[in-house]
Design a protein around this ligand. Structure first.
Ligand code: ADP
Ligand code: MG
Length: 526
């Protein structure tokens, strides 16, 4: 049971004090659907923030299961917020560049659940909200109604007793709103749902209790509830798991400034990982467990700066790639085969101008600030391949994502498995990176002059006959046109010593347990 007693909250704007909530007294049942109705500025959001522990009241008390929160420590608020409350916001607050599934899993990061358990639970709640078919999409590939379903799934993931929703249908058309409201109504069957709305008809239609607010005061309550009548009702909060407590004590207690801590933990509690990652890194993770959590969570969200984001994105397959037609593909297959597949290209967004100065800056950056740094430089050069019938073709190196990786050696070892062959040792040796389904985009296959309607053995790639053509030998001066032109005798060139043999010496794939997949599929060399 949740009880607010004389809750007052004022905001100071310069010399002026705005009273957002004025002596609010209200008791909520453990299981009811409450709509908080009121005009803009009446204090609805402030009320939810107080209830959710996102902000502190100035005076009064909030009793949780009869227990005063007046002297709650921050970690108690954290526990309450992370385990007892699920938040749903008008603007969804989803992380747009990761999948729907990842968004929901992130909400559970502080729950102390194992990764497999989190995934299982995330899939369950996503199915419950009707998004089973869309779990691998990214939020921006969904409609507003679907995004709100993701947010609801995220709020449900930890199985909290209380769901707080701030204008959940405020940004959604009325037909979709009805579906969302039906879903919330369904959820309210065994939880306390407190939903803010300014829409009287929604409040009346779906909620079983309507509380009206005006100027920070309750002006009416359709089904008020007195403590005395029902003080046997208990809101039993689940025990927080050990890992969770440990994480909280270790990370949050180490933080220095209190204000900052409140802000960050509120953030962590409300949306999940971004805050967590920040919190944990601020806690200067001396503890191994924290350090590990920090690594894995951050590895999932590397700060990635690509020159042409759409291009690498199109070729990259991995957790960050969102949907990639995974249906029917076996993940991490054990056969030594490579399969073609086609991928639709996302649209171009912008181009990053990555300068040498910028790279130099990265190189001298304080190493304690990051766990891993990986730089891949695209290498565009003239690459020739001799087909099995002897024909010489030009391999477009940008289409095969030919790049030079300048990562710390550990980056590759930690995140990639060598499936076949060996790691490149010499300048003229390269590695072929396939995705987690052993696939190569048909663009890459075609660039190698290979058909995309069959699959290939690893050996097919290792025995490929490739030659880098240095410009001075590849281009010849033509006396008549007085221009440099591509050597017309490619066969002669291929047989001469002018070219540099390029050998694919190994096949690599992102590790099953690795969360990071920096390398695009295609050809890599050191
Ligand atoms: P509602 O959600 O009903 O629109 P709010 O709870 O957001 O209302 O706001 C209630 C009052 O408190 C408003 O007058 C608003 O301007 C003020 N207020 C809310 N948050 C802040 C803040 N962070 N700083 C200053 N004033 C605020
Ligand atoms: Mg509001």
């Amino acid at each position: 049971m949740l009880e607010l007693k004389g809750i007052t909250k004022k905001y100071e704007i310069g010399a002026f004090k705005q009273t957002a909530l004025n002596h609010i007294d209200v008791v909520f049942r453990d299981n009811e659907f409450v709509a908080v109705l009121g005009p803009s500025g009446s204090g609805k959001t402030t009320l939810l923030n107080m209830i959710g522990g996102l902000d502190r009241y100035d005076s009064g008390d909030i009793l949780i299961d009869g227990k005063s929160t007046k002297h709650f420590h921050d970690h108690q608020w954290d526990a309450y917020r992370n385990h007892a409350i699920g938040f749903v916001f008008q603007n969804y607050n989803l992380i747009t560049h990761i999948s729907v599934l990842a968004n929901v899993e992130l909400g559970m990061t502080l729950s102390g659940m194992h990764q497999e358990e989190r995934r299982k639970r995330a899939l369950e709640v996503l199915e419950k909200v009707g998004l089973k078919e869309h779990v691998h999409k990214k939020p921006n590939q969904l409609s507003g109604g679907q995004m709100q379903r993701v947010a609801i799934a995220r709020a449900l993931a930890n199985d909290p007793q209380i769901i707080l929703a701030d204008e959940p249908t405020g940004a959604i058309d009325s037909e979709t709103s009805a579906q969302i409201m039906n879903l919330i109504q369904e959820i309210a069957k065994d939880k306390l749902v407190i939903m803010v709305t300014h829409d009287q008809s929604i409040a009346n239609k779906y909620a079983n209790r309507v509380i009206a607010l005006k100027d920070g005061e309750i002006t009416s309550d359709s089904r008020s509830f007195k403590t005395a009548e029902n003080d046997h009702i208990k809101l039993a909060f689940k025990k927080t798991s050990m890992a969770f407590k440990q994480a909280l004590t270790l990370s949050f207690n180490n933080l220095k400034t209190k204000k900052f801590r409140t802000l960050i933990t509120a953030f962590a509690g409300s949306i999940g990982i971004i805050g967590v990652a920040l919190v944990l890194s601020l806690a200067n993770g001396t503890n191994q467990e924290i350090d590990r959590l920090e690594r894995t969570t951050l590895a999932e969200f590397p700060i990635q700066i690509d020159p042409i984001p759409f291009d690498l994105e199109a070729a990259r397959q991995g957790p960050l790639a969102g949907i990639d037609d995974q249906d029917g593909w076996e993940k991490f297959p054990t056969v030594n085969r490579i399969f073609p597949y086609e991928r639709t290209q996302p649209e171009t967004q912008h181009i990053n101008n990555i300068t040498n100065d910028y790279l130099a800056h990265l190189e001298i950056m304080d190493e304690s600030l990051y766990n891993q740094l990986s730089i891949a430089r695209r290498v565009n050069m003239n690459l020739l391949k001799q087909q099995s019938d002897g024909e010489i073709i030009n391999v477009n190196t940008s289409r095969i994502n030919f790049s030079e990786t300048l990562s710390k050696p550990s980056f590759f070892d930690e995140n990639y498995d060598l499936l076949y062959g060996q790691s490149p040792q010499n300048m003229n040796e390269a590695l072929l990176v396939v995705d987690e389904y052993n696939r190569l985009n048909i663009n890459i296959l075609n660039a190698f002059g290979l058909s995309d309607n069959q699959d290939y053995s690893f050996e097919d790639f290792l025995t490929m006959s490739l030659k880098i053509a240095p410009p001075d030998a590849y281009y010849q001066f033509n006396e008549t046109t007085e221009r440099y032109q591509i050597n017309s005798d490619l066969e002669g060139f291929f047989d001469s010593t002018d070219g540099i043999d390029l050998e694919i010496v190994g096949i690599a794939r992102v590790k099953e347990e690795s969360l990071s997949s920096f390398l695009s599929t295609g050809l890599k060399h050191h």
